[in-house]
Design a protein around this ligand. Sequence first.
Ligand code: ADP
Ligand code: MG
Length: 238
Amino acid sequence: MNAAPALSVEALFAGIGPLSILQGVSLELRSGEVVVVLGANGAGKTTLLRTIAGLLAPRSGEIRLYGEAIGGLPAHRVTRAGIGHAPSGRELFPRLSVGDHLELGGTFCAPSRRALLRERMLAMFPVLRERIHQKAGTLSGGEQQMLAIARALMTDPKVLLLDEPSTGLAPKIVLALFEAFPLMRAQGVSILLAEQSLSLGFAAADRAYVMDHGRIALSGSAKELAADSRVADTYLGR
Ligand SMILES: Nc1ncnc2c1ncn2[C@@H]1O[C@H](COP(=O)(O)OP(=O)(O)O)[C@@H](O)[C@H]1O
Ligand SMILES: [Mg+2]
């Protein structure tokens, strides 16, 4: 048993050029949890996930994966350490096939492990099996999001960072995607979700953090926060 949280972020500061975006973010994702970071557009959710993923260097603060310091490592080393990232806007290659994307995701895995993960992904999202030779650009929005998640899971992560999967999708489709969370959890993946939609975020997560202007404004169980009027005030107060 590893008592350390799956992911811990402590007093994280990050920015782009002269712009300070994250202003001392601290949060924790325990092993097996689904945690949502809620925030209005521009709150800093994507910047937080990109910094955890190693795509943006922290200015200060700590990021730990099961106790191991990963803050400041380049993205490929963060991936190898066990963080999978399904980025904002999916970032698929429209002309590459579904199968190609899974191969790309599994690049760093041993071939036998890669084959096992591929099979898991196709069992998790059966429609991707039907579309295995189809180009990503021809998939529906929901299928593209499945593929973005599957590609991230092909890196064999311990933590999945999932950035606003609901963008451009009907809520019903998003809720169907969230049905795969228990499977991921059963496969040892803890999930940090960024969402703008309060209802979808609360539906998916065990716990929630509300982010505002690069800071964590509120945190608690999804149930508590769903009933907390301060959440709406934080959103409207921007
Ligand atoms: N590449 C960038 N250049 C300049 N400003 C940026 C860039 N990326 C994000 N920002 C700014 O940082 C803030 C947080 O953005 P972001 O992390 O994308 O928030 P969210 O994902 O919560 O919508 C916003 O004010 C946004 O305009
Ligand atoms: Mg975002």
